[in-house]
Design a protein around this ligand. Sequence first.
Ligand SMILES: CC(C)(COP(=O)(O)OP(=O)(O)OC[C@H]1O[C@@H](n2cnc3c(N)ncnc32)[C@H](O)[C@@H]1OP(=O)(O)O)[C@@H](O)C(=O)NCCC(=O)NCCS
Length: 218
Amino acid sequence: MKSVPHITYLTINRSGRVRIVVETVLGLTRDILKSIYVGAIQVLTRFAYIEREFPSSISLWARLDVIPRAQHHERHKLSLGKHSLIESLCVVCTWHGDVILQDGASIGIGSIVMGPVSIGEGSACSQNCFISGQSHHYEDVSKNFLRQGVHTSRVIIGKNAWIGANSIILPGVKIGDNSVIGAGSIIIEDVPAYSVAAGNPAKIIKQYDFESKQWKRV
Ligand SMILES: CC(C)(COP(=O)(O)OP(=O)(O)OC[C@H]1O[C@@H](n2cnc3c(N)ncnc32)[C@H](O)[C@@H]1OP(=O)(O)O)[C@@H](O)C(=O)NCCC(=O)NCCS
């Protein structure tokens, strides 16, 4: 039986191989230059484009899209209160609305926050959350969705709320004070204060009873 070579590279003639090497070197050069540009933007952003109170912490490995990169992006603010925290590998984008972290608010490792979003005092978003106050228009099928603009509706997270890991919070949602969002939940509507919501789409599973001072199943 005839054996088939696994490495297609070896079957290509000399000029083809030269072309591959040149394209690889050009591609790598482009990637390196782009990384330097993005790094410089991140340094500039941290120097001149953020409102923050001391002490607050932003990981050097977080990406802050605060400076508009395209004409249709607008200049909005990223504001951090005292003891607030943006963890490693987070992406925070203010191109379509402010992102405001009140005192003690935090965004966990790998989370993505796209403004307009406000996170109240002492509230914590755990790892890998996606929180967006914006969405693309897609109504006109003759145009790519990227050319149809975005609509925005602020996400408001109250005080002392805990957003479980891998949760998704969609535009316009309000999460009340002291509420808890279960890991992996998708929040498409408001969650009242002192409630636990979980699932996809999330439902209220518990609420705090001030008389008995206990969380009760709903
Ligand atoms: C939401 C949470 C706090 C609730 O904890 P709890 O009060 O002990 O809840 P219970 O275990 O009593 O569960 C109550 C019901 O909700 C369901 N439930 C709990 N968490 C859920 C979740 N994340 N998604 C879907 N359903 C969930 C349970 O299955 C149970 O349903 P059942 O009675 O029909 O079996 C917890 O489940 C959770 O998701 N924690 C987040 C963990 C996390 O993200 N950690 C990051 C560390 S920073």
